[in-house]
Write a protein that binds this ligand. Structure first.
Ligand SMILES: Nc1ncnc2c1ncn2[C@@H]1O[C@H](COP(=O)(O)OP(=O)(O)OP(=O)(O)O)[C@@H](O)[C@H]1O
Ligand SMILES: [Mg+2]
Length: 217
């Protein structure tokens, strides 16, 4: 089982969106996927999941204190992937959550404010030596600001090759508990999410290899 934590300190950067679209993508690929919503104020992921008709991906409720044991239990139950959504401005709670991640995804909207806020998350991830990947979300295609954001972020860490472009199908799909790839499986957003999942699978694979190497001395 692998655990992905999705965090950025900036509100509205796309954390809950990344969790939702990747969980559905992984689930459609045949994995047993679980979601955990630690955004106790926003509840975006929980609300979306409650509106959703399909059973997969499943959602479990855990406290931060019970997370380690909860993850072990999920693994014993056969879970392949757990995606954890987190609130903004949560760097203190993250000290308990980050160490349990195999990979941290940091969604970033290409705006100067979001880029500035990324520094806090990155400092914390580097201190913990955790593998992470920036994911550009809500990108406006072919704009200088997006290209500049990628260039600026790549000084701090790896940036996912695939961007999630700003498209109306996201909020439209979320309204009834779905994701863009479930609304229009051949649409642009579906294609981007599919490619992003391929990028992330490669990262998870690399992380697993590293962990195996470390375990074997
Ligand atoms: N690629 C996209 N295209 C269009 N709208 C998007 C896209 N990604 C996210 N959104 C919209 O942007 C808003 C913020 O996204 P989301 O809720 O995922 O951010 P968040 O980081 O979880 O926010 P918070 O910090 O409040 O928890 C939502 O209304 C969502 O529907
Ligand atoms: Mg959220």
């Amino acid at each position: 089982m692998q655990t992905i934590v999705v965090n950025s300190q900036k509100g509205g950067s796309g954390k809950s969106t990344v969790c939702r679209v990747l969980a559905v993508e992984a689930s459609r690929a045949g994995l047993s996927v679980y979601l955990i919503d630690f955004d106790r104020d926003g509840h975006t992921l929980t609300n979306w999941h409650q509106t959703r008709e399909a059973e997969e991906p499943r959602r479990v409720e855990l406290s931060i204190a019970g997370l380690r044991e909860g993850l072990k239990l999920l693994e014993r139950q056969g879970a392949d992937l757990v995606l954890i959504d987190t609130p903004p401005n949560s760097i203190h709670d993250m000290a308990e959550i980050f160490p349990l991640a195999d990979l941290v995804l940091v969604p970033i909207k290409p705006t100067p404010d979001d880029l500035q806020a990324a520094a806090v998350t990155v400092a914390s991830l580097k201190a913990l030596q955790l593998p992470f990947l920036f994911v550009i979300t809500q990108a406006i295609q072919n704009t200088n600001i997006t290209a500049q954001a990628i260039a600026a972020l790549s000084h701090h860490g790896p940036v996912a090759e695939t961007l999630l472009v700003n498209r109306v199908v996201y909020p439209a799909a979320f309204t009834d508990g779905r994701t863009p790839q479930e609304v229009d499986k051949n649409g642009q957003a579906a294609r981007e999410v599919g490619k992003l999942w391929v990028n992330i699978k490669a990262c998870l694979h690399a992380t697993m290899q590293e962990q195996r190497k470390a375990a074997n001395g």
